[in-house]
Design a protein around this ligand. Sequence first.
Ligand code: ARG
Length: 581
Amino acid sequence: MVVPRVQAAIAHAFGEEFRDTDPVVRPSQFADIQINAAMALAKKVGLPPRDAAARIVEALELDGLCTGVEISGPGFINLTFDGTWIEELLNAQASRPQGGPETQAQRVVVDYSSPNVAKEMHVGHLRTTVVGDSLVRVLEALGHTVIRQNHIGDWGTPFGMLIEHWLEIGEDSPEAALLVEDPSAFYQAARAKFDGDPDFATRARLRVVSLQSAHEETLEVWQRLVDHSKLYFNAIYATLGVSLEDDHIAGESSYDPHLAQLCQELEERGLARISEGALCTFPAGFKGRDGEPLPLIIRKSDGGYGYATTDLATIRYRVHELHADRILYVVGAPQNVHLRMVIETAREAGWLPDTVEATHVQIGNVLGEDGKILKSRSGTPVKLMALLDEAVDRARAVVESSRPDLSQEERAVTARQVGIGAVKYADLAVGHDTEYVFDFDRMLALSGNTGPYVQYAAARIRSILRKAEEAAAASAELRGVAGEPTAEARIAVVEPAERALALHLLEYGATLRRVGDLLEPHRLCSYLFELSQLFTSFYDQCPVLKADESVRQSRLALCGLVLHRLSEGLDLLGIETPENM
Ligand code: ARG
């Protein structure tokens, strides 16, 4: 809430070009916050840091918001807020506890998850799914219209052999069920036939031709195979609690009818030319190791279209049919050059106007303890479902021993929420473009920046509020009156721990907006982690249930607001808040 004011002051003092400067607002030992921007700005504006700080203070419009403004040390600006002002804002939040919608609502198309038919989803897909789902939730909470697009890999030459295999084994066979239970095994079986049986290979090749020429019967079989595979995706999505549905699927196949025309257009307009038999574009700014322009192949020498061609088609569709203002590709980092070349080609072709932003949200690899891409012991891709099951099993072991008082059912629910939450949180808590090591012990730890830590803080507040309610009901019964719920009390901000908690609560809206602008869910994780820590110190230092009635009401209301923020924040990460933990 002070950040925009400080930015305005900086722009006023040094010129508009400095408006986007990070004001470097940090907690302070001596005041509520300190602004450290003056030090970095000093050189740029040619002033000693303390003078730069003075200029910022002069321009700062605080209209009664602060009781103390002070320049200290080399040029820190220390601000102490007026207590009444903090209380006003906080209570306004408490009565309308939404993050606050974005003023400039956009249509945002988000391409995420995007697994491949008849292949195991790997941990990379897990992460594009989890990060993408968090981004769509945050963008929706900010008031944007979000259009989810699941760009599944459902087209291409392997489908010849997959369809032939599928027809041979029969749809109701146990081998066909592998498509849902162990897609890699299904794929391998088809592959083995293709490699070992020349007749099968011939049939598979003919099948590709028939598929590409949209032969009705073949298309029908292909559709049944894809539908079967969706059962597998949907089982994973349901386990993860991800908001993707069948309606969001717009796979590679859906663009096939437009590819020939698309290539022709690029060729006619001189943007694509034949190079070594293939039709290629050479988008500006991309050079190979030899310094020569890098080609983006849009039609192979055998006449087939590839991944780049369909991705060009996604841009046209998303701009012209879906009317996107912003397009996000939540896709693995190794595909960065591919996507940037596609985006640049689309810009050159005029399919992607400058007013529409297209961004590759790069997803870093998930590594095993050996520092290499996570694989199972035998070196095969890790089965995602088994990984999720193990997370829940491990969480269950903890809950069984820590909460014997809960029913079997309650423990199972908590175990699922904590196990899945831990995996998702680990995916989200580090920058989306950085790699991280998949480590069950670390992600399930009850301390540190983990899902369980934040969930625990929330569950603890739930239990405090339950106790307060029980006590209120008991005393109402004693007095012989109906246990009417009391109106939410006003929150008084008195103790330092209350003040620190209050100030952090006031940063919620700004944090969400930054997550939406920068596309960085890890900022929301850090925010919630800090909120949990601040709550813990508040609860250590300020008695709640045992406080005098008016103080108790105020503190209970504060607890209520923290719980609201924690569970809303977790929900935006796609993580559930346990009732008990
Ligand atoms: N199916 C691709 C893969 O598994 C990801 C697709 C991402 N989206 C896109 N529009 N290229 O790597």
